[in-house]
Design a protein around this ligand. Sequence first.
Ligand SMILES: C[S@@+](CC[C@H](N)C(=O)[O-])C[C@H]1O[C@@H](n2cnc3c(N)ncnc32)[C@H](O)[C@@H]1O
Length: 285
Amino acid sequence: MNDLDPEGPGLVVGAENLEFLPSLPDGAFTMIYLDPPFNTGRAQVRATTRSVRAQGDESDPGDRIGFGGRSYTTVKGVLSRYDDAFSDYWEFLEPRLREAWRLLAEDGTLYLHLDYREVHYAKVMLDVLFGRECFLNEIIWAYDFGGRTKKRWPTKHDTILVYVKDPQGYWFDSEEVDREPYMAPGLVTPEKVARGKLPTDVWWHTIVSPTGKEKTGYPTQKPLGLLRRMVAASSRPGDWVLDFFAGSGTLGAAAEQLGRKYVLVDQNPEALEVMRKRLPNAQFR
Ligand SMILES: C[S@@+](CC[C@H](N)C(=O)[O-])C[C@H]1O[C@@H](n2cnc3c(N)ncnc32)[C@H](O)[C@@H]1O
C-alpha cells in the first residue's frame, strides 16, 4: 500500500501490525507513537526454577543457604503459566520496532509508551536497534489515581522513551507545546505567569476520567493531552503520524485536532469499533 493520500482522510486499518506494516513506504512518518500491550497475549507454559523454604533439619536440609541462614530447597521444573518474560517480550517487540525505524522519516521521532515493568528491557532493546546516540528523552507521565498500597511505594507513573532517527536532524518545536502554570508564580514576572512554562520531561496529567467525556470505554485508552503534546512538538501540520497499537485511536484524535495525517492499526475488533465512533472522518480498511 504505497498510496498514502495527502488529501485524503486519516486511515484506520484492522490488521495484525507486523503483517500490515511492510506495505507502508519507507520514511513516511514524522512521528510514531506506540503503546504496546504489556501482555503479548501468548500465555506459555515453561519449566521455571522456584525456591521454597525447606525445614532445614536432617530430613530436609535444603541445598542452598539463603539470607538469615535459612535453608532453601531449589525446586526445579515447576510448571507455571507466564506472559511477558524478557525473551518473549523481545521477540514480540523487536521486529515491530525495526519496522518503526524503517517507517520513520529522516527527521522523525518515535515515542514508546511503557510501564515500569517493561521500560528497562525496552531501553536496552532500543539502544541496540536505534543506537544510544538516538535516545532523546525519557518522559515520565505521573498521575494520581486509584488506591495506594502500603506495602511499597505506590506506582503512579508510566515511562515514554523517545528516540529520533537522526540526532542531528530531528524535528522538535517546543514553541508549539502547551505550557504549564508556574509552581511559584510569585517568583516570576506577570508576563511569564501569563505565558506559563515549558513542560520538562516529567508530565503531570490526570488519567482519562472514568466519568469524563474523553472516555471511549476502551480499557487502555491514554489521555489526549499527552498525545497532543507529542504530536505538537514532533511533527508539523500536514505531516503523517502512525500508531500501530492504536487501541481507541487517541493518536488519530490528536492528529485530527492538530491538522496531521494519520495511519492507525489495530487487530482487535473492539478497538476498531471504538475508533469508528471516535474518528468518523477516517477511512477504514
Ligand atoms: C495498550 S493498547 C493501546 C491503547 C491506545 N494507546 C489508546 O490510547 O487507546 C494496545 C493495543 O495494541 C493492539 N495490539 C496488540 N498486538 C497487536 C498486533 N500484533 N497487531 C495489531 N494490534 C495489536 C491491542 O488490540 C490494543 O488495542
